[in-house]
Each structure stands twice: as structure tokens, then as C-alpha cells.
Write a protein that binds this ligand. Sequence first.
Ligand code: AMP
Ligand code: MN
Ligand code: MN
Length: 324
Amino acid sequence: MDGNAPDPKYWEKMRLVAEVLKAVEGPIYIATHVDPDGDAIGSSLGLYRALKALGKEAYWVADPPRFLRFLPKEEEYSDPVEKLPVGATLVALDSAEPSRVVGVPVEGFVINIDHHGTNPRFGHIAVVDPSKAATAQMVKDLIDLLGVEWTAEIATPVLTGILTDTGNFRFANTTPEVLRVAAELLGYGVKLAELTDRLQFRPPSYFRLMGKVLSTVAFHFGGLLVTAHLPEDAGAEEDSDDFVGLIRYVEGSVVSVFLRKREEGVKVSIRSRGGVSAQNIALKLGGGGHVPAAGATLKGLDLDQAYERVLEAVAEELRRAGYL
Ligand code: AMP
Ligand code: MN
Ligand code: MN
């Protein structure tokens, strides 16, 4: 089976998820992936608010990064839990692997809602549809099925997930359907200009860091690949979320990779275009993701070793795609 194919039972399964969530009396835990992005936070906060509106006992276990912390109120997110109570339901959102779910153990009745082609379809109900632009787009359908009345408070995080995963409607996942859903969400009172402005705010340290990161830019394979990394003495790891989105616009490049050294290894963020699959490259490195945007963590390696592995994996994919 092609992991990137749409889920043929999408509506059937989503209806089942809605029925289960409406029927359960025990607590519902909502969690998302490590290093949460706008889709992770937006889809999970949107579903949390919808379930609270239904009067459910819901918990949103999350640690929003600084640039998204304006979305929730502090009392809305809960600390990590080691064990779920008996009878709990867990909704894992935007999480390509059970091991990427953060803050909760993957146990109880598990509902997996995601759009990563590499998702192994874990859980008791797995609605995984890589044809969706964002998990937030799937949560939009789920909230409709739950019959919750839309408000700006629910629509704003849901639209945030769609905005961030489509690069503000610039990526190929921006279908007419995505724009229709976004238009509908806007109609519920989302303040778009304020939201997109706020999503781009970064602290002064980010802009100083950008200078250091850009001084590491390097070109490989005649400019087909562009790389950059977080210098080891630069600090401020929290602000380094989007540098791959910057270097991917080097003219003539078809792959960009940003590397960050962490305690457990080196995290790599990969973006591609022109028939090259970031997903294939990530899979070779033990990670996963989407065809144009994927990632991996190279455990136990230092930066130099990680560069070596990345160059090998990219060369292999460039050969497959006919560039080398
Ligand atoms: P990032 O480079 O962290 O922005 O990730 C790009 C895309 O790949 C996102 O959709 C991530 O959820 C996904 N991704 C990143 N790292 C991994 C991994 N180790 N395994 C599976 N998916 C990943
Ligand atoms: Mn995500
Ligand atoms: Mn996503």
C-alpha cells in the first residue's frame, strides 16, 4: 500500500471518532508531537476547546513553544502525565509515530488523527490522510461531526494549523478545499491579519541567531542541496524552528537541510521540491514526514558525522530523482 494515498474510509472513520468522543464518559486526553509546530498546537487546542464546549472531561497535555504561547490561556494546558487513568481515551494529533507523542504514555483507547504518509497507523482508530494539508483540517471535519457550535476561540487555533502547515497557503497542499475551509473558519470571526502577524513574532535574540545560522550556509552537489546548522555556541535552541524555511529559497536548490545538535543527537529538518522527496531522505535517516517536508533525529552522532550521513542520503535521493 502507498502510505501517501488518501484514507478511503476517511468519513466513515471520522464519524466513528465523533461517536466515540460523544459517548465516552471517562477522561479524554489530547496530545501531540514533540517539538510542536503550529499544526500540532492548533489542531490539539481546537479539539480541546470543542470537547470542553461539549461539556467533556478533557485534558490538553502540551508545552507550546514561545511563538505559539499567545494562542492558549495558561490554564488550558496540562503538565505531562506518567500514567493515564483506567478508562481514559487518548487522542494523538499530528503525530507521525507513537514514539513522537509527548507528555503522555500511548495507552488506553487510542485515537490517531494525522496526515503524515509515514504514520504506521497506530491506535484503535487511525484516521491518517496524507491528502490533507494539516491535521487541523481533519480536526475541522471532526468538530463539524461533533456538532459543536463554531466560535472564534475554536476557529482561531484550527486556522492556525492550516496556515502554518501550508506556509500561509503557498505550498502544494493548498487545494481549493483548503481555501474553502479557511474561508469558512475566517467567517467565524478569526482576526487573520492579527493572527498571521503574531505567528511571525520572534524575540530579538532570534534575529541575532539568524545571522549566526546564515553564516553556516553551504552548497553541495552544484547547489542542488543547501545546508545550514545551529552553531554549537549559539544557544537559544527554542528560536531555531524555522531556519529551514528560510534557506529553502536559494535559487537552483531542490533540497534544503537544517541541522541542530541536541543532547540525544542531531535533529535534521528537510525540505524539497522538483521531484525530490524529503520523505525518502528522512526515511533513510530513520525519521519520517511528508514528501516535501520531513525530519529525523540522528541519535548519538555529532554534527560532522550527521553532515556525512545527510550528504549520503541526499545523494542517493538526487540519483533516484535523476539529478545526479
Ligand atoms: P520539522 O523539520 O521538524 O519541521 O519536520 C517536518 C515534518 O516532518 C513535520 O511534519 C514533522 O512532524 C515530520 N517529522 C520530523 N521529524 C520526524 C521523525 N523523526 N519521524 C517522523 N516524522 C518526523
Ligand atoms: Mn506537525
Ligand atoms: Mn501537520
